[in-house]
Design a protein around this ligand. Structure first.
Ligand code: ADP
Ligand code: MG
Length: 650
């Protein structure tokens, strides 16, 4: 299709600016293609939501309400944007003859470029990730689409043509925009005269959708999904010819109502609106705080992580209201980053209406609300963990790794957060993260005074770590940590319920009362007996290790690496190196198993070259089993093969 951009450039040179504007106003109609992603999503969407098509109205009302919120927010600093009309409302109108439904608002509206950016494009950074996560399996993809915010496009479930008229607040009437599409692949865009600020969306219904051309039906849908919208939603009174209108929703802030008067269904619909989510939430907490500081909060934990969960800057979490007037979205001061998955509203009675982001940064009121909201969420999660394990599991899978950031970011709540963490452990030996520190402590053996854990790159590396051999033998549980963030986390959670956390890969193995006197005597005996051997190995390995010593932590492996109590672990070193840190070198201790045949054999190897090879082999395989990287893999393979040859010949 022809676009006139190049013509504009020429006109701009020839005609004065004002003239140029009127000319483009008349001429500038263009047809544009939807972004490929939009097309793909539209197609999926129409199929996935067909059984629930009435939600198109909820989505349009939700957008109209957002548009009103935006206008109010902008008008805080520029009252002229109201153009003398601050009575914000939504209107729904239908026309049986023309077979159209129109949803209008006098909110902020859109400029021409905003229409292109917001309606023709899915600007969401998650789009590509979302599309990448599509499986090609239709049933599964349809489920996926349910969690993706595609509100406006839901109109095409019931309409085969949608026309949108809009004008941005603050722009003159000559800057109206007309957008139209059949939802198939293209849309037209035209600049038109439009006196009214805000947006009209006109749905031209598909042939078989006449059921929506019905006043009862529409009112019912509004009440069902959008009763909580704080703007009045108006419809023409039934039976009256003229324009008498009535408000069809209760238009009261849901969070301002007493808990007992809000139904689960209402909580759920409100969530879908504030969170732009299609799925119901996992849990919510609604509370009013009175006294010195007064505020109400209604906070939700979603059922599914958004695509941009890992983007710590991208947050559309909690909306701030002041005495029921919307102030701003994603007020980042309201919750710490580790709770960025939480959605909902906080409504303050104390803040001034013209509060800005700058003011928020230094506001005592905000600090109080933030601390209170954090507590509410942690309480909610604690309750969920106790009363509904199934839901807590869902929560943990989706958001557990984000919550872990809390033990680092929020020292004041560290113990409570630590109590909410879940791990895999040798208790079940399966990769289900469902062991809490409290569970662990309650299962500790007589004489055990520490919480043992191992960190590794993957679950199987953790599970098969040679360091666990002695613990398995003694039936002592070890937590298996294999999230990247765990290494970092355990440097902050050093204790739980009075028990110290202890890495099994660090320091001298001290099992305390778990060891019998015989165990200790045996170890001492072995130490003396193998002193010569460990010294020889140490000599050969030189700079690679700080020491070589006899251990009793190994049962079936010949050797393992241990770092000092206060050193970083081998796993941490690997991670830091992978992240580009240089100049690190933690020298480990090589511990050898005096009962292993290979170690026993080494005692009688007199050929010094062969002894050096075997020593190096011990070191390298210990490093490998730790997930470490060999400096010289080819050398390792060569030495291994030589050893195998010797064994094959024997
Ligand atoms: P979402 O509401 O989740 O952002 P939608 O598809 O519902 O997604 O809407 C896309 C965008 O289009 C909105 O974010 C908004 O910028 C714009 N938009 C839609 N409807 C309106 C409206 N009535 N007034 C102003 N802007 C709107
Ligand atoms: Mg929307």
């Amino acid at each position: 299709m022809q676009t006139l951009n190049s013509h504009n450039a020429i006109f701009g040179k020839i005609f004065p600016r004002s003239l140029f504007r009127t000319m483009t106003t008349e001429m500038h109609k263009e047809t544009l293609g939807f972004q490929a992603e939009v097309r793909q999503i539209l197609d999926l969407m129409i199929h996935s939501l067909y059984s629930n098509k009435e939600i198109f109205l909820r989505e349009l009302i939700s957008n109209a309400s957002d548009a009103a919120d935006k206008l109010r927010f902008e008008a805080l600093t520029d009252d002229a944007l109201f153009e003398g009309d601050s009575d914000l409302a939504i209107k729904i109108h239908f026309d049986k003859q023309a077979r159209t439904i129109t949803v209008s608002d006098n909110g902020v509206g859109m400029s021409r470029s905003e229409v292109v950016d917001h309606i023709g494009t899915i600007a969401n950074s998650g789009t590509r990730q979302f599309l990448a996560s599509l499986t090609g399996d239709r049933a599964q993809d349809l489920r996926l689409i349910g969690q993706f915010g595609v509100g406006f496009y839901s109109t095409f479930i019931v309409a085969d043509k949608v026309t949108l008229f809009t004008r941005r607040a603050g722009l003159g009437p000559e800057h109206g925009v007309r957008w139209e599409s059949d939802g198939k692949g293209q849309y037209t865009l035209e600049t038109v005269e439009r006196a009214a600020r805000g947006t009209d969306v006109v749905l031209h219904l598909r042939d078989d959708e006449d059921e929506f051309l019905d006043s009862h039906r529409l009112r019912h849908i509004v009440r069902k999904y959008s009763d909580h919208i704080t703007l009045p939603i108006r419809m023409r009174k039934e039976g009256e010819k003229e324009t008498a209108e009535e408000v069809v929703n209760s238009a009261s802030a849901l969070w301002a109502r007493p808990r007992t008067e809000v139904t689960e269904q209402e909580y759920e619909e409100f969530y879908k609106h504030v969170a732009h989510d299609f799925e119901p939430p996992l849990a919510h907490v609604h509370s009013r705080v009175e006294g010195k500081h007064e505020y109400t909060s209604l906070l939700y934990v979603p059922r599914r992580a958004p695509f941009d969960l890992w983007d710590r800057d991208k947050r559309h979490g909690v909306k701030l209201y002041v005495r029921r007037v919307f102030i701003m979205d994603d007020a980042e001061q309201l919750l710490p980053p580790y709770l960025r998955f939480v959605r909902g509203v906080v409504d303050s009675s104390d803040l001034p209406l013209n509060v800005s982001r700058e003011i928020l940064q230094h506001s005592k009121d905000i600090d109080v609300m933030r601390a209170g909201s954090v507590k509410k969420i942690l309480d909610l999660l604690g309750d969920l963990a106790e009363s509904n394990r199934e839901k807590y599991d869902i929560f943990w899978k989706e958001f557990g790794r984000v919550l872990k950031e809390g033990v680092v970011d929020d020292p004041a709540n560290r113990d409570r957060i630590a109590g909410l963490l879940r791990f895999s452990s040798t208790h079940g030996d399966a990769d289900t993260q469902d062991v809490s520190l409290h569970d662990y402590v309650s299962r500790m053996k007589d004489g055990q005074d520490r919480i043992f854990y191992v960190t590794a790159e993957t679950f199987s590396a953790a599970k098969n770590s040679p360091h666990l051999e002695i613990f398995r033998k003694k039936g002592v549980e070890v937590l298996l940590m294999h999230d990247r963030i765990d290494e970092w986390m355990v440097t902050h959670v050093t204790e739980f319920e009075g028990r110290k956390l202890q890495a099994v890969t660090k320091g001298d193995l001290d099992l305390g009362a778990l060891e019998s006197i015989e165990d200790k005597e045996q170890l001492q005996k072995a130490e003396t007996e193998f002193k010569g051997l460990s010294d020889r190995i140490k000599n050969v390995l030189g700079e690679l290790v700080t020491d070589v010593r006899i251990t009793h932590r190994l049962i079936s492996s010949p050797a393992c690496l241990v770092t000092g109590e206060h050193d970083i672990s081998v796993n941490m070193e690997r991670m830091l190196k992978a992240a580009g840190q240089t100049g690190l070198s933690v020298k480990p201790v090589l511990e050898i198993n005096p009962t292993h045949p290979l170690v026993l054999r080494m005692g009688s190897v007199s050929d010094s070259e062969r002894f050096a090879d075997w020593s190096r082999l011990l070191f390298d395989q210990a490093l490998l089993s730790e997930g470490g990287q060999l400096d010289d893999p080819a050398g390792f393979v060569q030495r291994l093969n030589q050893l195998l040859e010797v064994l094959a010949a024997a």
